[in-house]
Design a binder for this molecule. Structure first.
Ligand SMILES: NC(=O)c1ccc[n+]([C@@H]2O[C@H](COP(=O)([O-])OP(=O)(O)OC[C@H]3O[C@@H](n4cnc5c(N)ncnc54)[C@H](OP(=O)(O)O)[C@@H]3O)[C@@H](O)[C@H]2O)c1
Length: 215
């Protein structure tokens, strides 16, 4: 960080997985970080382990309907966060919005209608933002990962550890730090360089539904 200038990063989903790894990676770079998720104890632990000061964003909501929740988090959550942060980002010297999409944002697979539709929406929102922010010093990057081993599968299988583990059977998946690396790459480019999208998968994964497994 040149002089005393320390950029601010607002990281959602910071209690685990990619969000937590991003807090750690950006913290190492000297960013000031506001971290948010529902499990505040976990967010505090991530922030504490990184030795960072934090702003916490308590969100307390529970819904049964998986599709509704998926859209709440992936689509409405993203839109609300964008709307809340944009006025602040516009006040900064330059800004950067990094959205977590997925290969499910441009691929489809059987049984994935709810998730793929929500991630297609993330793709559309990111592309729309780029049009709307054209001419302003604000970059928009969409990170589109394939299979990453986080708590994602544990949540998807409602805490069934075996089912969650089986997702990664016979394959070396990406880890959260691999995605944080991509985010760090995007945000540390010179201000005139906009990394539109980064698609990143395990080498064994050719499509959301095509994974070469050993054994
Ligand atoms: N893992 C993969 O294979 C993969 C692949 C492609 C894309 N992605 C995307 O990467 C992003 C991060 O996923 P991850 O793999 O890091 O999963 P994760 O380990 O399950 O982390 C999800 C994070 O989101 C927070 N969260 C979930 N529901 C929330 C809600 N209603 N309100 C506020 N915060 C909420 C969780 O915190 P609390 O539960 O504490 O609130 C947690 O911090 C997601 O958008 C996912 O779709 C993941």
């Amino acid at each position: 960080m040149a002089n005393s200038y320390r950029p601010v990063a607002v990281v959602t989903g910071a209690s685990s997985g990619i969000g937590a790894a991003t807090v750690v990676a950006l913290g190492r770079l000297g960013y000031r970080i506001a971290a948010g998720a529902r499990r505040l104890d976990r967010v505090r632990r991530v922030v504490g382990e990184s030795g960072l000061a934090s702003g916490l964003n308590p969100i307390d909501q529970a819904r049964d309907d998986e599709w509704v929740e998926m859209w709440e988090v992936n689509v409405l959550g993203l839109m609300r966060m964008t709307r809340a942060c944009l006025p602040l980002i516009r006040k900064a010297r330059h800004g950067h919005i990094v959205n977590l999409g997925s290969i499910a944002g441009f691929e489809t697979y059987k049984g994935g209608a709810g998730y793929t539709a929500s991630k297609h929406a993330v793709h559309a929102i990111s592309r729309t933002l780029r049009l709307e922010l054209n001419g302003e010093p604000i970059r928009v990057t969409e990170i589109e990962p394939g299979m990453v081993e986080t708590e994602f599968s544990l949540v998807r299988f409602h805490g069934d550890r075996k089912a969650a583990k089986d997702v990664y059977k016979g394959v070396k998946p990406l880890v959260a730090a691999d995605i944080a690396d991509c985010i760090v790459f995007a945000v540390t480019r010179p201000p005139h360089v906009d990394i539109d999208e980064i698609i990143v998968r395990p080498i064994a994964q050719a499509a959301a539904w095509l994974v070469a497994r050993k054994g």
